[in-house]
Design a binder for this molecule. Sequence first.
Ligand SMILES: *[C@@H]1O[C@H](CO)[C@@H](O)[C@H](O)[C@H]1NC(C)=O
Ligand SMILES: *[C@@H]1O[C@H](CO)[C@@H](O)[C@H](O)[C@H]1NC(C)=O
Ligand SMILES: *[C@@H]1O[C@H](CO)[C@@H](O)[C@H](O)[C@H]1NC(C)=O
Ligand SMILES: *[C@@H]1O[C@H](CO)[C@@H](O)[C@H](O)[C@H]1NC(C)=O
Ligand SMILES: *[C@@H]1O[C@H](CO)[C@@H](O)[C@H](O)[C@H]1NC(C)=O
Length: 348
Amino acid sequence: MNYLFVLTFLLCSYGCGCIHWLGLTVNGSSVGWNQTHHCKLLDGLVPDQLQLCRRNLELMHGIVHAAKLTKITCQNTFMDMRWNCSSIENAPHFTPDLAKGTRESAFVFSLAAAVVSHSIARACASGELPSCSCAPAPAEQAGPDFRWGGCGDNLRYGLQMGSAFSDAPMKNSRSGSQAFRLMHLHNNAVGRQSLVDAMETKCKCHGVSGSCSVKTCWKGLNDINHIAADLKSKYLAATKVIHRHVGTRRQLVPREMDVRPVRESELVYLVSSPDYCTQNEKYGSFGTQDRQCNKTSNGSDSCNLMCCGRGYNAYTEKIVERCQCKYHWCCYVTCKKCERTVERYVCK
Ligand SMILES: *[C@@H]1O[C@H](CO)[C@@H](O)[C@H](O)[C@H]1NC(C)=O
Ligand SMILES: *[C@@H]1O[C@H](CO)[C@@H](O)[C@H](O)[C@H]1NC(C)=O
Ligand SMILES: *[C@@H]1O[C@H](CO)[C@@H](O)[C@H](O)[C@H]1NC(C)=O
Ligand SMILES: *[C@@H]1O[C@H](CO)[C@@H](O)[C@H](O)[C@H]1NC(C)=O
Ligand SMILES: *[C@@H]1O[C@H](CO)[C@@H](O)[C@H](O)[C@H]1NC(C)=O
C-alpha cells in the first residue's frame, strides 16, 4: 500500500518522464545505431519508442541530433531570462522546473517535438534516410515566374515519424496522470504547428548569367532559431489550464475563462512557476545570484528585472581579441592581439 502511495505521489507531482529521450545525448552520440540492441542504451525510452527505434534505426542519428539541438536552442533562446534552461542539461533526470507541468516544460516539449520533426524532414531531403526522400511538389499552383522543382524538406514524413516518436510516452497510460499527458500532447502539437506555419518558399535562379529568367522553387523549413523565437512568444503568452469535465469527457480548458476550448496555437500549463529570483530546490529554481545582467537594456536581461531589484555588482574584465588582421598574398592572414576592457554586471 505504501508503495502504491509513493508511486501515485510521484506520478501526480512529477507529471511523466515524457522527454527522457533528451538524455540520448549522454550515451547516444557514441554508438553506430546499426544494431537493434543500441535502442536499449537509454532506459528512458518507453516501449513504443523502443519499437520505433528497432524498426527505424536509421532515424536515431537524427533523433540524437535533435536532442542536442533542443538543449542548445533552449539555452540560447532563454539566455536573457531568469529561467535560462540550464537544467535541461540534467536530462534524463529533471528538476521540478521541467518535471512538473510548468510553463517552462510546455516550451521545452513544444521545442523538442518541433526539432525532432524538423531533423527528420531535413534528413529526408538531404538523402540520409532510405525510407524517405524529397517532398513531392506542392499541390498549389506554381507562380507565373517560377516552377516547382529542387528538393523540398519532407515535412509530411517528419511530422508523421516525429509525432510517433515524441508523442509515444503520452500515449502510455502508465506514464503520469491524464492531465499531464494531455498537456504534453497539446504542446507537442503546438510545436509541430509552428514548424508547419514557418514553411518558406525557397528559390534558385537559372538563366543566362544569373538573369533569373527561370526560377525553381520548393518548400523548405525555416531554421530552428526562428521556430524557437515563435515558441518563446507563445511561452510568454501561455495559458494556464485545468482538467475538468466538458460534457462526457475530461479536457483541458483555460482556467480563467473556461468558456472556450484551448487553441491550437497556444501553449498550455497546469502548474504555476516560481519567479526564479531566489534559490529553491523544491521548485527547481536556481535563483539569479551571480547571473550577468545588462545595464543598458530594459528587457528581461536588464539588471533590474534579472536581479529582481536586489542590485548588482560591477567588475571589469580584460578580453583579448584578434585585430588589425592583414591578408597576405597568397594565402594567409596575420592578426595582432588587442586587449580591451569591458564592464560586466552580475546580480547580487
Ligand atoms: C556498426 O557501425 C560501426 C561503426 O560505424 C561499425 O564498426 C560496425 O561494424 C557496424 N556493425 C554492423 C553490424 O554493421
Ligand atoms: C548510459 O549507459 C550506461 C551503460 O550502458 C548506463 O548505465 C547509463 O544508465 C546510461 N545513461 C543514460 C543517461 O542513459
Ligand atoms: C543559467 O543560470 C544558472 C543558474 O542561475 C547559472 O548557473 C548559469 O551560469 C546560467 N547560464 C548562463 C549561460 O547564463
Ligand atoms: C545590452 O543591451 C543593449 C540594449 O538592448 C544592447 O544594445 C547591448 O548589446 C547589450 N549588451 C550586452 C553585453 O549584451
Ligand atoms: C526600452 O525603453 C524604450 C524607451 O522607454 C522603449 O522605446 C523601448 O521599446 C524599450 N525596449 C524594450 C526592449 O522594452
